[in-house]
Design a protein around this ligand. Structure first.
Ligand code: GLC
Length: 647
C-alpha cells in the first residue's frame, strides 16, 4: 500500500474526483485514461498476441473485455491507480511488511480477518497475502491451489462481497491485499474440466488430452516431476473419459493449454475480475510451468515470458495500481528474467527463493560463504527489481543451492542435501531443529523440508524439554534470522504465526485429506491464546514479538532500509559471521550476524566514524566486533570522520 506518510496519496484515495465534476465529464476523462494507457502498449500487445495466436478476432474480443473491466472498476480503485501511477515506487519503501495467512487458520473466514486488522496494524503489517480462497473441492484442493471456480469464494470463508469489504477496509488502513492467481491449472471439478471429461471437444482443447500413452510417454522423458512421491508422473489416466490428461501437480489439477487463445483470454478475464475486487498484488502461481512443448522440460519457455509480458501490459492498461508477483521457484538465472527488462517489464516482484534456501543452509553449516556470494549476486542486480524476502512460507524448503560452488569446498549435492535434511530433522550437526521431510524420492534420494521458523530454530524442542537455556538460544537464532532478513533489499514477508514463534502442528496427520502432505506441518491454525501472551514480556511469545516489533519500527524509520538503497557485503574473515552494508541518502547501516552458536569476532575495520547500535543505542566502533552466539548488530554510522573534520 502507498507509503503511510504520503499525505497526498491518501487525499487522492479518499477524494476520487473533484467535487464539481459532472458524471459525463468524469467518464470522458476516464475514457481518456484508458485510451492513453492502451495507446502506450497497443502495438506491442497486438504484436505479441498475434505472434502467439495469430487470431485477430480473439484479440479484438480481449481489448473489448479490457474496456469492460476498466468500466466496471470502481472509483476508489481508479483513484488508487492514478495515485500509484504518479508514485510508481510506492511499494519500494521501507515501511512495507507483508504477512501471508490462511483465512480459516487465521480468523475463520473473511469477516474474521477484517476483525483482526487491528492486530495486523499493531504488528506493523501493511500487506496481507490471503492464501487461496477460491472455490475448490475439499480433499482435492492442494491447499486451495486447485480452483474450481475463479469467481466464487469457498463457502466456509465467505462471499465475494466479503472479499470486497475486506479489501476496502484494508485500503482504509493503507494496507494492500495479495491473492493467488492459479493460472497453470484448474481443478478437475472446474466447469471446463467437467465438460472436457464428458467429451466436449471445445473444452478438451483447453487442456492436454491424449487417447493413448504415446505423447504422454514422450513428455515423461524430458519433464521432471513436481511431486515425485505424493503425485508421481505428469499425466493422469481418466478411466471414464478414456483419455490421459496432463497433470503436472496433483492428478486433480489439470494443466491448462495456453496454446488455445480462449484459455488465455478467459484467464485474463478472471485475473481482471479479481483485480476489480480490490486486490492490489496478484501472485501468479507456478508461472514457469504455463507453456508446454514436447521435447523440453516444460519450464520457463519463451512463450511464458510473452504471456507474462502481456499480463503486465493488460494490468497497466486496466488496473495500473495492481502489482504482479511471480512465483518462480527456480535457480537464480531462471528467476531474474521474470522481471523482464527495464523497458519491457514483466513481474513487479519475485520471491527471493535461492536466498531463502541458502539462509537455512547457512544455519545448518554455520558457514556464511555461500550466502555472502548469493547476496552479492542479488546486490549486483538493477535496483528496480524488488524481491520478496522470507524465511518460511506455506511451501516446503527445496534445497536449490549453488552446488557447483559448494563442490569446490567438497560439499556434494546428494550427501549435502542429506546433511541438511538430517540437521533440520534434529539428528545431525548438533541441531535443535524439528521438522519433517517432504516428497522424499527414493530414486534420486532427494527430499525437501517442512517446519515453521520457530521449530527449525529450536523453539519447539526447547519448549518441550523445558530447557530455558536452549530456549534463549533458539529465540536468539530466530530473531537474528529475522534481523538479517529485514536487512535484505526488497519487501520482508512474515508467515502468520512467526511473529509469536508458532511451532509445528502435527494434527494434520489425523486428517485423511492432509496426512500425505507434510506441508500441513507448518500450516497450523493461529493460536490466539498464545498471541495474548505477548502481553507478558517474559513469555516466549512476548520476547519474540517485542524484539521483532522493535526491529520493524527501526526498519521503518531508517531510510537505509528502502528497497533501492546501495547494498553490499563485507568480508568478516570469520566463517560464521555475515556482514551486510546499506547506504541511502546520507545514512549508512552495517548489519553483523552470527550464524554460529558461539561467540565470534567479525574482523571488519570500518574507520569512517563512530557507530551506534540501533537496538541498544550503545556507541561502538565498527572494527573487530565481538558478536555473541546467534547475536547480531544493526550499526548506524553516527557521524562521518571526514565530515566532522570539515566543520
Ligand atoms: C505453487 C504453490 C503450491 C502449490 C503449487 C500448485 O507452487 O505455492 O502450494 O502446490 O503451486 O498450484
Amino acid at each position: 500500500m502507498a507509503k503511510s506518510n504520503n499525505k497526498t496519496d491518501q487525499k487522492t484515495v479518499r477524494q476520487p474526483m473533484p467535487a464539481k465534476e459532472k458524471p459525463e465529464q468524469r467518464s470522458a476523462t476516464e475514457e481518456q485514461h484508458f485510451q492513453k494507457r492502451f495507446e502506450k502498449h497497443m502495438d506491442e500487445l497486438r504484436w505479441l498476441y498475434m505472434e502467439l495466436y495469430d487470431n485477430g478476432d480473439m484479440y479484438a474480443e480481449l481489448i473489448e473485455q479490457c474496456k469492460a473491466f476498466y468500466k466496471e472498476r470502481n472509483n476508489e480503485l481508479k483513484a488508487l491507480d492514478l495515485s500509484r501511477e504518479k508514485n510508481p515506487g510506492w511499494y519500494k519503501q521501507n515501511d512495507m511488511l507483508g504477512m501471508m495467512l490462511y483465512i480459516d487458520n487465521f480468523a475463520g473466514n473473511l469477516k474474521g480477518v477484517q476483525e483482526k486488522l487491528d492486530y495486523l496494524v499493531k504488528s506493523n503489517v501493511n500487506y496481507i497475502h490471503l492464501m487461496p480462497f477460491l472455490d475448490t473441492t475439499e480433499g482435492k484442493s492442494d491447499g486451495g491451489y486447485a480452483v474450481s471456480d475463479f469467481r466464487k469464494v469457498q463457502e466456509k470463508l465467505g462471499t465475494m462481497e466479503d472479499l470486497e469489504q475486506l479489501t476496502m477496509a484494508c485500503h482504509k488502513k493503507d494496507m494492500s491485499v495479495c491473492c493467488d492467481f492459479v493460472m497453470n491449472h484448474t481443478s478437475a471439478d472446474h466447469d471446463w474440466a467437467k465438460k472436457a471429461r464428458s467429451g466436449d471437444g471445445e473444452y478438451m482443447s483447453r487442456y492436454f488430452f491424449y487417447d493413448n500413452a504415446e505423447i504422454p510417454n514422450q513428455y515423461e522423458r524430458t519433464v521432471p516431476q513436481v511431486f515425485p512421491a505424493t503425485a508421481p508422473g505428469n499425466f493422469t489416466w481418466l478411466e471414464d473419459a478414456h483419455h490421459y490428461v496432463m497433470t503436472s501437480f496433483y492428478p486433480y489439477q489439470w494443466d491448462l493449454n495456453y496454446r488455445n487463445p480462449r484459455v488465455f483470454n478467459e484467464m485474463i478475464y478472471n485475473f481482471l475480475y479479481l483485480a476489480n475486487r480490490g486486490i492490489d498484488i496478484i501472485r501468479i502461481d507456478a508461472v514457469p510451468y504455463i507453456w508446454k512443448e514436447l521435447g523440453t522440460n516444460c519450464r520457463n519457455l519463451p512463450q511464458v515470458h510473452t504471456i507474462v509480458r502481456m499480463m503486465r501490459m493488460i494490468s497497466e492498461i486496466v488496473c495500473p495500481g495492481v502489482l504482479l508477483l511471480g512465483e518462480v521457484v527456480m535457480e537464480p538465472e531462471r528467476v531474474v528474467p521474470y522481471f523482464g527488462t527495464i523497458e519491457k517489464p514483466e513481474c513487479h516482484m519475485l520471491y527471493n527463493v535461492t536466498t531463502m534456501a541458502t539462509t537455512w543452509h547457512t544455519v545448518a553449516t554455520r558457514d556464511v560463504k555461500l550466502l555472502k556470494q548469493q547476496l552479492d549476486i542479488i546486490n549486483a542486480l538493477p535496483k528496480e527489481y524488488v524481491f520478496l524476502n522470507y524465511l518460511r512460507c506455506h511451501d516446503d524448503i527445496g534445497w536449490g543451492l549453488d552446488y557447483d560452488m559448494l563442490a569446490k569446498d567438497g560439499m556434494l549435492e546428494i550427501p549435502h542435501k542429506k546433511y541438511l535434511n538430517d540437521y533440520f530433522l534434529g539428528i545431525a550437526g548438533d541441531s535443535n531443529s524439528r521438522g519433517e521431510l517432504y516428497n522424499y524420492d527414493p530414486v534420486t534420494q532427494d527430499a525437501r523440508f517442512c517446519g515453521t521458523t520457530a521449530s527449525l530454530c529450536g523453539i519447539e524442542k526447547a519448549g518441550f524439554e523445558g530447557d530455558e537455556q536452549a530456549m534463549e538460544k533458539a529465540i536468539d537464532l530466530d530473531i537474528m534470522l529475522h534481523a538479517y532478513m529485514f536487512m535484505q533489499s526488497g519487501i520482508p514477508i512474515l508467515y502468520s504465526g512467526d511473529e509469536i514463534g508458532q511451532v509445528n502442528d502435527y494434527t494434520y496427520k489425523e486428517d485423511v485429506h492432509k496426512r500425505e502432505d507434510s506441508r500441513y506441518l507448518h500450516r497450523g491454525a493461529m493460536n490466539w491464546d498464545n498471541a495474548k501472551k505477548v502481553a507478558d514480556s517474559q513469555s516466549v511469545e512476548g520476547r519474540l514479538y517485542h524484539r521483532l516489533q522493535t526491529l520493524l519500527k527501526l526498519r521503518k524509520s531508517h531510510p537505509a532500509f528502502v528497497s533501492n538503497a546501495d547494498a553490499w557485503t563485507l568480508p568478516t574473515y570469520e566463517q560464521g559471521v555475515l556482514c551486510m552494508g546499506r547506504y541511502y541518502d546520507g545514512e549508512k547501516i552495517l548489519g553483523i550476524f552470527n550464524f554460529s552458536e558461539y561467540n565470534k569476532t567479525a574482523w571488519i575495520h570500518e574507520t569512517d566514524g563512530e557507530y551506534v547500535d540501533l537496538i541498544t543505542g550503545n556507541k561502538m566502533t565498527a572494527s573487530g566486533v565481538n558478536v555473541p552466539g546467534y547475536g547480531f548488530y544493526w550499526l548506524r554510522l553516527e557521524y562521518d570522520v571526514v565530515d566532522q573534520g570539515k566543520e
